[in-house]
Design a protein around this ligand. Structure first.
Ligand code: GRF
Length: 199
């Protein structure tokens, strides 16, 4: 069975990244090695956390564009990933849209976790959108990344029920708890060959 070398992309606290690294450490994700954490923020809290897990952290200056990974930064990312023979990318709170060059380079090998039951509530503040829409159920989705906003093929979902008077904050906490289980489970499936990635 093929062993995957994976990179995790973050922008902030990196709690999903930590859930993945913890699962790897505990042997719950066979055949996947997380070997790099990429951040678009030099002071991303997750970078320090990655170090605690003995992982290489790499800050990439993406500031040429406000909300996408494009241009020189995209080229640099591709170069660094290739150098390390990375074959799988896990987005975990990475707050930039990916563009076609990287997506083509890693076709069906980039996955993301999103705090709603996609296709409902894509984009920012998904939990707030769910509360404002007064839905009874929301959740978390792991999906392949394409050039749209949280629009790629869905891999797995976990449902979370909204209690009466649920607010954005409490819903976010409930969903996050499920995200931390769901993301490592999906990676375990990839490692075991139960979920095919790539072309
Ligand atoms: C998570 O809710 C994830 O679904 C979304 O961004 C948030 C990242 O949180 N894409 P963290 O950095 O993993 O704690």
């Amino acid at each position: 069975m093929k062993a995957y070398k994976a990179a995790i992309f973050i922008s902030g606290r990196g709690s999903n990244m930590e859930a993945l690294l913890k699962a790897e450490k505990e042997g719950r994700i066979p055949n996947v090695e997380f070997s790099l954490v990429v951040a678009d923020k030099e002071n991303a809290k997750g970078l320090a956390k990655a170090k605690e897990y003995g992982k290489e952290g790499l800050y990439i200056d993406c500031s040429e564009y406000k909300s996408k990974l494009d241009g020189k930064a995209q080229d640099k990312v591709i170069e660094e990933l290739k150098k390390r023979k990375i074959d799988l990318i896990c987005l975990a709170g990475f707050m930039r849209m990916l563009k076609s060059k990287l997506i083509r380079e890693y076709e069906n090998r980039i996955i993301n976790i999103h705090p709603s039951l996609l296709p409902e509530f894509p984009g920012l503040k998904a939990q707030k959108q769910a509360v404002e829409a007064s839905v009874k159920v929301s959740g978390a989705t792991v999906h392949f990344v394409d050039e749209g906003m949280d629009s790629g093929p869905i891999i797995a979902q976990r449902r979370v029920e909204l209690a009466k008077g649920e607010d954005e904050r409490s819903l976010s906490a409930k969903i996050l708890k499920e995200e931390h289980k769901l993301y490592p489970e999906v990676l375990a499936k990839i490692g075991k060959g139960e979920l095919k990635i790539g072309k």
